[in-house]
Design a binder for this molecule. Sequence first.
Ligand code: ARG
Length: 473
Amino acid sequence: MDNIRNGRFKTGMTDEAAEYTSSLEFDKIIFEADIKTNFAHTLMLKKQNIIDSDIANNILGALDQLKEEGYDELIFDPSVEDIHMAIENYVTSKIGSEAGFMHTAKSRNDQVACDVRLVLRDKITEIQIGILEFIEGLVEFAGNHLEDVFIGFTHLQHAQPITIAHHLMAHVQSLKRDYERLEDTYKRVNLNPLGSAAMATTSFPIDRQLTTDLLGFDAYLENSMDGVSARDFICETTFDLVSLCTTLSKICEELILWSTYEFGVIEMADEYSSTSSIMPQKKNPDVAELARAKCTIVNGELVTILTILKAIPYTYNRDLQEITPHLWNAVSVTQDTLSIVTKMLLSVEFNVERCAKLAGKNFATATDLADIMVREKKIPFRIAHKIVGRIVNEATANNLSEDDITSRFIDDIACSLGFEKLELDDNLLQNALNPIENVKIRSVVGGPAPEMVEIARNNIKLFLNEEFEKKGI
Ligand code: ARG
């Protein structure tokens, strides 16, 4: 097959150089997009009378045939640098040298940018749908645990009682933002670089709006130099994936901790667990551990992409080719991880009794004890904080538990600190120390009270309906 080097050079590249510079290995993913791009461009050339109608029809026919036959029909001889050349060669093999008109007013520079944007917008949508499905599962899961109290942590130390539902719904909010970030990024991905040609457009009277419409882009990129070299849409998408993977990795981290004997608050499904080759009793959270590790790959890809980009002068430089495999790897790791973490978390079983027991232990309800002093006795929160802090200190030193905190005990401590007796009602006291009551009383928006979590669930259901509809589901 005649190739693009024959004019300028008398020899081909060495095999080693050809292999080193080839993008074929990772171009497969843009195969269908490249046919679409060529198709839209050729239609436009025909409509603008830039190329002869019959020739255009022959090109379009050959492209259609290739679409039918698929990637395996391409011939990869050593002259083929990338998928663009392989497709052009295919069209040439079908209709002869007239195929060369297909490349009028087009460069591989605008073509590859166009192809990557076409594929990426679909990948973004697929990932977004995955996120919506995860959210949907979590909202349902939370519905089964609205009243089941659980312990919330700060610094990984007992903090305050919450419910299992409230915790699951926290992940929902994080996932929702990951979804929305992708939604916003999509706007900057779905722009048409075609017509920028190598970097300075063309003298042919092309119609950029037509290819924009044919390819379903929202608009065309207004500057041809920017059109061929902008890759911030890739950085941005990869960052969005890093953010999503951070959410997923944190979920995995919790599952790993929670499934330990020491925490004992969940049971992972056997389907997502492994055992040991020597210790027969082991149930290991290997899937969660690997997901946690794989998320790191996406961070690495973002750094690689940013680092390749940072020292590239305008406009197209071959370095840009090296960016795309990192993007596709980030996409594929994210897709696989999102899918498995969704199934793994939704198959977890909470040990509801253990969760409730932990929620009432280790003075996790102490904040409410301070709050009732403020509410009932009108003392400043800082003084209440001091008294309760000392109560916990004394109780811990004397091996006492929450049940031993009586009104008298409190008053002894208050007096020892130089404050007046509080004479709190013992019933009120027990209510304040009870984790279930503790959760119920936190009925402000965003709080763990069951009716508040129910409101949050309903809001998310509305969001899901709207977004699923937008995505045609
Ligand atoms: N494989 C190349 C890439 O991914 C296509 C563009 C080649 N352009 C060039 N001037 N050599 O960027």
